[in-house]
Design a binder for this molecule. Sequence first.
Ligand code: C2E
Ligand code: CA
Ligand code: CA
Length: 565
Amino acid sequence: MENFRRKSGIKRSIIIVEDEMVNREILSNILQETYDVVKAENGKEALEKLGSGERKYSLVLLDLLMPVMDGFEFLENIKNDEMLKKIPVIVMTAEKQAEVKCIKLGAVDFITKPYDMPEVILARCERIIELSEDKSFIQSAERDALTGLYAKDFFMEYIRQIENFDNSRKTDAVVINIDHFHLFNELYGRKQGDRVLKKLAEFIHEALDEGKGLSCRSEADTFYIYCDHRDDYEGFIGMLQTQLDSLEFTNHIRIRAGVYQGVDNEAIVENRFDKATTAANNIRGDYIRNIAYYSKEVYERALYQERLIKDIDGAIANKDFMVYYQPKYGIQGDEPKLRSAEALVRWKHPELGMISPGDFIPLFESNGLVQRLDYFVWKEAASQIKKWKDEFGISVPVSVNVSRIDIFDPELENKILNLLEENDLEPGELMLEITESAYSENADRLIEVIGDFRAKGFKIEMDDFGSGYSSLNTLTTIPIDVLKLDMQFVRNMLKNEKNLKLVEIILDIAKFLEVPVVAEGVEDEEQLRILKERGCEVIQGYYFSKPVPPEEFTQFIIKEKGRIS
Ligand code: C2E
Ligand code: CA
Ligand code: CA
């Protein structure tokens, strides 16, 4: 600290408040080499100079007996001023008796008159300034500069102290996090991101109503809350979310909370928040739940996920990830006709066995790792299309899944164009499926990306249509080439009239917009018949085939070839 301060070379300002010219000059001579010295002849003049805001003062050297305003009155005055009372004051006096009174008024040290040796005076001034700066350094670490909430270390220390004093209360540790906040920052800029954080901090602070709980910002977009135990947090988190939604600039910001309830079984404060974090991470990328409570299952799942994250790079390198293909058939002719395929990734883990994408895609989306995996899948798919072309002389277009995380990759287009070039493919041969939720999250960016791709001849499919929040309205604003009806619709279609009606409406609108529909998850003849009658053009589902390895997929191509020739 001290070295840093000396080396920093900043000349601090001090003010000498003294009516006798000779004394002022003596002090000034001693100090002016080290400090910028300002002089005042009485308390009033000093107050004016300090209050002018022209410069920041590090120390006041104060005489007691002066005309107009004496030293005591001066001390009284600055004692009540939030800013000025932070500046340390050394009183210069010849009378021992005055010292107690001065200390009560806030003075921190004394220099006796007649003056000591110059070195002693200089050393005293230096020491006092250092002490006062160290103190404010500690104080500043008490608060998080951006939000004004407690800083993490201070918060933890505070809790320890409270519990030393009284540990009979049952309390909870809560972690609040913003979903995909880094994306928000990238999209709207840090300044806007900071606004969101400040507002969220404010809402948390108000919700806790001080006294009933403490909060801090732990890092970036993570907030900690320590409060009396509650049975559930639906109302609490729901209110924060509603408040965020009411802000104009937040654009669908979603918060997620992890809760560790009950203090008794875990004494170490940090560990409780780690557990709350584990719970929160457990629902990353979950579009339905926004609160998770810590439990043994949560813990085990977290361990499992950690393992998957650790293993992903090795698995890509070893080709433990495999790409399966599921055929899509055109159904409007007399006989179903193979149109294309969807590439779906599988993980054959050497120790954990076969893992389905539902277990790792949302996880890898939440931390961005999905980009690497997707690239691997695209690369495999592109070279597979070429292999089939070379072998059978027909092109089977393959659609690949493009995660909403990929949309933010500035290299996305180049990466895909390079894959086409390497494999001598046309853009129409590698189609891109983008899931519906991406459309509602960041429509502007998406419209731009989709526009660029389509201008180059790529076909864009809107995946999982109807599963998320996007309205039929998005269909008219975002230009797409294919609509993939979410599996749920097909599954529920035959359960009642209303569901069937819904499917009919979607098919009608798509027809009106001249966008072909692919129905996913078709498993039986009846579903196929109904969809066909209502004008659905393409079907993907177990009725024709599950996703299969490329070797097995060739049977569909061979069959198709037989039909053509
Ligand atoms: P998705 O893109 O909606 O893919 C369709 C899913 O439905 C696949 O599940 C497929 O196996 C399954 N499916 C197809 N027909 C039927 C059927 O008739 N009945 C039933 N019950 N299911 C059917 P899968 O392979 O488990 O993939 C799940 C999800 O994981 C995919 O949903 C997709 O969102 C994601 N995913 C898979 N591969 C990739 C990938 O390479 N990259 C990215 N980003 N996501 C992927
Ligand atoms: Ca898909
Ligand atoms: Ca889908």
